[in-house]
Design a protein around this ligand. Structure first.
Ligand code: HEC
Length: 238
């Protein structure tokens, strides 16, 4: 899916390379005043994406000249990466040294990244890593949900005959969440993990099925997935 998306992007991305001379005063790039080069800067080339929201300013390239191939490649790769962030308005600066990249996101001041792998982090968190407190809160919330699922899984309350999930699936054994969605013959359709959870509630346990968005269903899914973590995703596998 991601590959398809990238191919579509490739077609859509009509790169417009415009050379600007940023000699004092005459560097103007439309309505984004924050990208105007300061006086005295060398020439730049600006590569713009067709969505009008992303641009890469390549510093150290002379007006009217084609960029060296490695720079052109770097600029287009960077632009393609930025295109994955559809809504955002991003200006990237590729300095002459190429040691780092500067990004201005939605009009915010430039932040510096060393590697394009840091771009998602910068976009989501403004370049700041998560605080210890944040991580603790998230881990506690996650534990709470998993523990709720564990309790439901080890309790006959979901059914009517005194049987609980763990009696047939100790430690969530044989639940194979990594194989969903997959075709299930007893339903004659492609089932999600939650469909199978409901199937077991209704059949071996003779209970009432849960609504898909029931918090109990979410908790059971969270428990099963966490108990079977580390498995390679193999949707459709039998
Ligand atoms: C009496 C035994 C029994 C109980 C109790 C039971 N299951 Fe199952 N479960 C099965 C069997 C048998 C299958 C295999 C069905 C199939 O794939 O055709 C299964 C399949 C599953 C699957 C799909 C596994 C796969 O390989 O695709 C999941 C998920 C699952 N059960 C979850 C649960 C949950 C959650 C509960 C409690 C709400 C539960 N089961 C209770 C016997 C049980």
């Amino acid at each position: 899916m991601k590959i398809l998306y990238k191919i579509v992007l490739c077609f859509c991305l009509c790169l417009v390379a415009i050379t600007y001379s940023a000699k004092e005063g005459n560097a103007s790039v439309g309505n984004t005043s924050n990208v105007v080069q300061p006086a005295g800067e060398k020439s730049v080339q600006i590569v713009t994406a067709c969505d009008g929201r992303k641009r890469v300013i390549v510093e150290g390239c002379n007006e009217g000249e084609a960029m060296p191939v490695h720079k052109a490649r770097k600029a287009s790769e960077l632009l393609m990466q930025l295109m994955e962030f559809c809504e955002e308005e991003i200006t990237a600066k590729l300095p002459k040294t190429e040691m780092f990249i500067q990004l201005s996101i939605n009009g915010m001041p430039y932040v510096t990244v060393r590697d394009t792998e840091e771009i998602p982090l910068v976009l989501v968190h403004g370049g700041k890593s998560h605080t210890e407190r944040e991580k603790k809160v998230w881990a506690a919330e996650m534990d709470r949900m998993i523990n709720e699922g564990y309790a439901l899984f080890h309790n006959p309350g979901l059914g009517k005959n005194g049987i609980s999930c763990d009696m047939c699936h100790p430690d969530a054994a044989n639940t194979h969440p990594e194989t969903y969605p997959k075709y299930q013959t007893q339903m004659n359709k492609v089932a999600l993990l939650r469909d199978m959870i409901n199937w077991c509630i209704e059949n071996p346990m003779e209970g009432e099925k849960l609504a898909e968005d029931d918090s109990k269903m979410k908790a059971i899914e969270a428990y099963i997935l966490s108990a079977r973590g580390g498995k390679i995703l193999e949707p459709g596998k039998h």
